[in-house]
Design a binder for this molecule. Sequence first.
Ligand code: GTP
Ligand code: MG
Length: 464
Amino acid sequence: MHVDVHSFSDTIVALSTPPGVGALGVIRVSGSAAIELTGRIFKGKNLQDQPGYTLHYGRIADEADHILDEVIVALFRSPHSFTGEDIVEISCHGSPYILQQVLQLLVRTGARLAKPGEFTQRAFLHGKMDLAQAEAVADLIASTHQSAHEVALRQMRGGISRQILALREELIHFASLIELELDFSEEDVEFANRDQLRGLIQRILGTIRHLSESFQLGNAMKEGVNTVLAGRPNAGKSTLLNALLEEERAIVSEIAGTTRDTIEESLTIQGIRFRLIDTAGIREAQDQIEAIGVSRTMEKIRESAILIYVFDVLETSAEEIAGDLQKLARDGLTILLAPNKMDLNPYTKPEDYISEWVDASHIIPISAKNAQNIPYLKEKLYATALAGARPEDDVLVSNARHAEALYRAGGALEAALNGLDTGLTGDLLAEDIRQALYHLGEITGQVTTDDLLANIFGKFCIGK
Ligand SMILES: Nc1nc2c(ncn2[C@@H]2O[C@H](COP(=O)(O)OP(=O)(O)OP(=O)(O)O)[C@@H](O)[C@H]2O)c(=O)[nH]1
Ligand SMILES: [Mg+2]
């Protein structure tokens, strides 16, 4: 989708409630002619004489004076509206037929059907919100659980934007001093104090690092954390799934190879959602169906952030476990080790299982069948998802695009810092700083390209 910035003088219309039958359906009209166009099909008070923030009862009639519906219209006058333009919201009865008729009537009267996200894009272009906040609108609408809702709200309040804007302003100040030097390059002057610049860059790098680190938590809060339960057949993976969920969700039996397909259920621990994935036990498959199950297990492990490796303390030796872990470990995957069936051998020592892949703090002995130590395992899951971040921090990065831009800005600033150490010339230094400014600006939308905007707003639904 491509929205041309210059076509924003026209008036757009869309259904803003979900398609289908409902008690009400709301049609939203935005643009300089919104009130006039609606006024032409509205039988009631003269809308053009009415102030913003008012509601009016009346009827919608077509060109032949045929009544389509009885409605309430809400008026918002520029700039005090979501888009910053004049907006009319028409609350109709929620019949798809009526809503289609009113939409088509408005189009015949002179409005244009809105493209996906066009209302929000107009809000952005009219300075009602920055890009990060506009993206938060999409996240808010898409949020299906508490923590996703919370991070979207935080982002909408604009914490990250404020931090980024402040950092950018300080950098811009120095960038302009350095560029000034370039104008006087014959005279060998130094307007930008190099020590101050170094201090500033270090401070900004610190903030960027802090923000980047919050992404793991922000992302976990937004998307949930994929957590896979894996291990050999009969280890007690399905029993553990049931214990974590406190529900008999998966079939448990003493027959090895009970679970053949993956089972996914969500579990919320202190507001963070974990997607728990029970899998087929890993072994040389006995038949084709089991073979598919095992390859699916491996695939799920690749998609997960946390692996709970479950094993039977009576059946599996430390060497066998280390061998399994070596095959499963990869970058970005945290392994928690759950020695299971402790009730059968309470003398098992967790330390015996420490290896290159797990340290003592990641070993949680349990008895899945008796739900022993499950609360502690849950605490460990939560702590692993947080990974050192503080959920009470005001500013959390939850958007992958922002994390990427921060990473690139950080890279440019590292280069600038290096340049300062090696006495890089002003023009090259200025170039690094410009790069950093560019990437910081991408987050809030001071720097945009048509592609970027199309990409962001194209993902919205129509009417938003
Ligand atoms: N004594 C004891 N038995 C357990 C414990 N946890 C699981 N079991 C038993 O171990 C057997 C296997 O349990 P499952 O949960 O089906 O094991 P699984 O790892 O899902 O096995 P597959 O799906 O076949 O790979 C069952 O008979 C469970 O009752 C435990 O903590 N203590
Ligand atoms: Mg199972």
